[in-house]
Write a protein of this length. Structure first.
Length: 320
């Protein structure tokens, strides 16, 4: 109970019951005009999202196969610290979650309903979650492109933390992130099922066509992460058997998505992603191009220069 000596605080704090209703009721009747009531192609046979170990591909291969084509992928084997680093960071996340609940609901937030809430918050403690040991190797371009720091400094701001219990959902029936950057969702605990729908017609590296609104599905476990390109519709459900789910979501600058996709597929896109593809028209004043296509061209030019330099070094070594 809040003391009577803090009337302003009492007015500012919402009750646990009200907070639970607000956080658990994720349905929105006006979610996307023009889409089927239960989401795009919800009853279609889902395709499984490709999975790979973070050591299976080089960063260049990872970029060409998935990021440049706007395709999601599950990364396995994130923890390369024998569990110590992972545990330390997970404990920091638990602490951040409890502090956020206390800030929202008051200092006596020790009742079970308080901890059963599904919440979203921004992770700001000093413990970095993605350092050189925790960053997935396939996303680390610092060796190939030293101009770009591929560590946590290349991400847009601090990560968002999503937490909840078994059976709780986020973005039901479907949700769309209005941003131009890819995202990385790291699963720290719990088991989460993702449904994703392709935003436009896409194509794999092998030439396979993926029609717009094709349903993809996958399950993400602790020490795994989902790479989600921008513009994909999605929702998530926390599955039974994993307990409390905690995931952190990041948006990153490098490398740019959709560099191998025909830009015409974004023309007159109702959600504004044509601007993401084509840019704002003032790139000469910016450190990084704003459009996916011009950004990808810059990225490709740098990679070509790097590859040429690597060949020179290799040739010089062979002549010794």
């Amino acid at each position: 109970m809040l003391s009577e000596g803090h009337p302003d605080e009492a007015e500012r704090m919402e009750s646990i019951e009200d907070a639970m209703r607000r956080c658990q009721d994720t349905e929105d009747d006006n979610w996307i005009a023009g889409m089927p009531e239960n989401g795009p192609n919800l009853n279609a046979e889902p395709r499984e999202i490709f999975r790979l170990n973070v050591s299976d591909l080089t960063p260049r291969e990872f970029y060409e196969r998935f990021i440049s084509r706007g395709l999601p992928v599950v990364l396995e084997g994130l923890d390369r610290t024998d569990g110590v680093g992972w545990t330390t960071r997970f404990e920091a996340l638990l602490k951040a979650r409890r502090e956020d609940l206390i800030q929202r609901l008051g200092p006596n937030c020790d009742e079970k309903p308080c901890h059963d809430m599904a919440i979203e918050t921004t992770y700001r403690p000093p413990m970095p979650l993605l350092d050189p040991f925790m960053l997935p190797q396939v996303m680390n371009f610092s060796k190939a492109l030293p101009k770009f720091d591929s560590g946590s400094g290349r991400f847009w701001g601090p990560p968002h933390m999503f937490s909840g219990l078994e059976g709780q959902t986020f973005a039901d029936p479907v949700h769309l992130d209005f941003g131009c950057s890819p995202s990385l969702s790291v699963q720290w605990s719990g088991i989460k099922r993702w449904n994703l729908w392709s935003p436009v017609d896409l194509e794999t590296e092998e030439g396979e066509e993926i029609k717009a609104l094709t349903l993809f599905e996958t399950t993400v476990y602790p020490r795994q992460a989902l790479v989600k390109p921008p513009a994909w519709f999605h929702n998530t459900t926390i599955l039974d058997g994993g307990g409390l789910s905690i995931a952190t979501a990041y948006s990153w600058l490098q490398p740019p998505p959709y560099g191998r996709i025909d830009p015409r597929v974004w023309k007159n896109n109702p959600f504004g992603f044509e601007t993401c593809a084509m840019g704002l028209g003032d790139d000469e004043y910016r450190e990084y191009p704003t459009g996916w296509l011009s950004h990808a061209k810059m990225w490709d030019d740098l990679m070509v220069k790097h590859d040429a330099k690597e060949k020179e070094v290799s040739r010089a070594k062979s002549e010794l």
